[in-house]
Design a protein. Structure first.
Length: 392
């Protein structure tokens, strides 16, 4: 019989619909921000990763325009051919300085940084230990590398220690998100550093949600815990979240960066980011360094939200970051609440399996420095009405 692709796809899509896991996209016709225009309707958004409110900052828009005037639009080639412009180079130097590491290397996205880095550094002879709740790109990267992948219970350094004790493996990597993207909690990095050092394992940290946001100077979870390049030799940061632009970087030793330039396939075989984006990201770095009020304001919003949500008896998850999920459990219910919120002008996405473990569907609330305390009051009052109605 002929291979009927359409029939296969239709059945897969139907199944996805039946399991209430069908995903659809919203078309946003305004710049990214807390007040979005969606299908011609204004919505107050609590869904973006634009934590510092830089994605549509006038200084970034201006820098992008300037960058385009100076460098054009496309980079035209990969970094190793003719795509590596002065703007990329300057940003790499600035990121190395910002993270207080010898070098940094730009990638086109965090997904590519993780795939390229892990597969360049590890192989069949290695064991990779990953937190069960790590970002999908870190899981996919381990598969691609050909190493043995083991997932340890979330933030459970004791369990990880035991596994490392039992295994007589000489080449182990420990890989973790620094801030967990769907939970908002912070990995116990000092304990992971100890575990890594005790078992002679290499620790890699993906700080996609911490860089720019956490730490007095916004240098992320590494700064928050007072760690450095010796105890966390591989650090990944992304630019599409707090930085408000696009792309990602790996920061570490000269040997690490040179190895990635030679061997990371997602670095070598892809077109470099538009240089104007790199140019604009230099302005993000300046704002991150000079406008600490953005981080301080976020902390005020988080405190206000948590105390208000507690008073309402909402099922908050333990988080001190701008990611403040409300645990719902059932996917259908999470979808229902998300839709009810939207009818009242509040945009919060319901996060369902397989993005999160079964039975832990949630509303992922994320704050931005562009939210006001007024916005938080509005959010709390709508949550109160929607979630209460739902109980009855
Ligand atoms: C978003 C995210 C990525 C992917 O970064 P992109 O630049 O969006 O591809 C990687 N790791 C973590 C932990 C993330 O949250």
């Amino acid at each position: 019989m002929a291979f009927d692709l359409t029939a296969r796809l239709t059945s897969g899509l139907t199944q996805q619909k039946e399991q209430l896991l069908y995903r659809s996209r919203k078309v946003i016709d305004s710049p990214q921000g807390v007040e979005l225009q969606c299908d011609g309707k204004p919505l107050l958004s609590f869904c973006s990763n634009d934590y510092l409110g830089l994605a549509n900052h006038p200084a970034l828009v201006k820098a992008l325009k300037k960058g385009a005037e100076r460098y054009g639009v496309g980079s035209g080639a990969s970094h190793l051919i003719t795509g590596h412009s002065y703007a990329h180079h300057a940003l790499e130097e600035a990121l190395a300085e910002f993270t207080q590491r010898p070098r940094a290397l730009l990638f086109s996205s965090g997904y590519m940084a993780n795939l390229g880095t892990i597969s360049a550094l590890s192989g069949k002879q290695d064991v990779i230990h990953e937190d069960r709740l790590n970002h999908a790109s870190l899981m996919d990267a381990a598969k691609l590398s050909g190493a043995t992948m083991r997932r340890y219970p979330h933030n459970d350094t004791e369990a990880l220690n035991k596994r490392l004790e039992k295994s007589n493996h000489h080449h182990s990597f420990i890989i973790t998100d620094a801030v967990f993207s769907m939970d908002g909690d912070i990995a116990p990095l000092p304990q992971l550093v100890k575990t890594a050092s005790r078992h002679n394992a290499i620790l890699m940290v993906d700080d996609a949600h911490g860089i720019g946001v956490i730490g007095k100077h916004g240098r992320g979870c590494i700064e928050h815990f007072g760690l450095n390049n010796d105890n966390v030799p591989i650090l990944v940061g992304t630019l599409g979240k707090a930085f408000g632009t696009s792309g990602a970087f790996v920061a570490g030793s000269d040997e690490l960066i040179e190895t990635l330039i030679q061997r990371a396939r997602t670095y070598i075989y892809t077109t470099a980011l538009p240089p104007a984006i790199a140019h604009a990201t230099l302005t993000s770095l300046k704002l991150i360094a000079t406008e600490a009020w953005r981080r301080e304001h976020l902390q005020t919003l988080i405190k206000r939200f948590r105390s208000g949500a507690q008073q309402l008896g909402l099922n908050l998850m333990p988080s001190t970051t701008p990611i403040q999920p409300l645990l719902i459990g059932d996917s259908c219910e999470a979808m229902y609440i998300s839709e009810a919120l939207q009818q009242q002008g509040i945009l919060i996405s319901a996060i369902r399996p397989p993005t999160v473990p079964d039975g832990t569907a949630r509303l992922r609330i994320a704050f931005s420095a562009n939210h006001s305390e007024q916005h938080i009051e509005q959010l709390l009052s709508v949550l109160d009405s929607v979630i209460k109605h739902d109980d009855k």
